[in-house]
Write a protein that binds this ligand. Structure first.
Ligand code: DCP
Length: 230
């Protein structure tokens, strides 16, 4: 294979065991996390790890996301347990570039989604206790790289309209109140700092903007994400 000076430099950096600069993209359902990741596809120094929603929709033929929305009380624990596994796999995945850009993280799963299920009584306190013990065990025993969080901040009514428009079949009965509560949990975690585990500095972007204007907003984060690239 042809080895350019640039690619050799990169390989040397990796050989020296340089950890990738790891960025989590966080924000409410429908805030544009996938679109944000796509914006960075043009940069060769970045590995993009999109959220494994397709795995959640097809585990040995079972659509866990659908089961969770159709009978939340019964399936929420199973669903979040599998989300944790797939997110941990993403955190652990070796990255052949100096920058790793991940959609969501174990942190938002715990501090936003599982937190909501516990507070709303959707999961039994015993189920919450099991998920929480898993989370604490992972935090205490497995190193999770985190250098920057990009928070795509939105207004609940704006993302609610987007969710209705994109019409993902599983999300048809998601009420505005759920989106509002998830918004508050993201704000408490990333802005009001009500949890100990905000693992990295937070860059806040206005993700209410529509597609024609959002590229300019995304560009504001390029410097912080790319300056770490070799
Ligand atoms: N979900 C969940 N629990 C989690 C993570 C996600 O219940 N720990 C659900 C909420 C959504 C679906 O999974 O129905 C995907 O949600 P995300 O916000 O993670 O991803 P989107 O595809 O909505 O992101 P975006 O529209 O911002 O690209």
């Amino acid at each position: 294979a042809v080895c350019t000076v640039r690619s050799c430099l990169k390989m040397c950096a990796m050989a020296m065991n340089t950890k990738p600069f790891t960025v989590f993209v966080e924000g409410n359902i429908g805030s544009g996390k996938t679109t944000f990741l796509e914006h960075f596809r043009r940069f060769e120094d970045i590995t993009l790890l999109t959220e494994p929603v397709e795995e959640w929709r097809n585990l040995k033929g079972w659509n866990l996301l659908d089961l969770m929305y159709k009978d939340t009380a019964k399936w929420a624990m199973t669903f979040q347990s599998y989300v944790s596994l797939t997110m941990l796999e993403m955190h652990q995945r070796p990255t052949p570039t100096p920058v790793k850009l991940m959609e969501r993280s174990l942190y938002s799963a715990r501090h936003c989604f599982v937190e909501h299920m516990m507070r709303s009584g959707t999961i039994h306190p015993a189920e919450f206790a099991v998920l929480d013990e898993w989370f604490k065990f992972i935090m205490n025993h497995i190193h999770i790289d985190a250098d920057l969080i990009v928070y795509l901040k939105t207004t609940p009514s704006v993302v609610y309209e987007r969710i209705k428009k994109r019409a993902r079949s599983e999300e048809q009965c998601v009420p505005l109140s759920y989106i509002e509560e998830l918004h508050k949990l993201h704000e408490d975690w990333l802005i009001n700092r009500q949890h100990a585990e905000c693992p990295a500095p937070v860059l806040v972007l206005d993700a209410d903007l529509d597609l024609s204007q959002i590229t300019e907003e995304y560009k504001k984060s390029e410097h912080q994400i790319l300056r770490k690239a070799v």
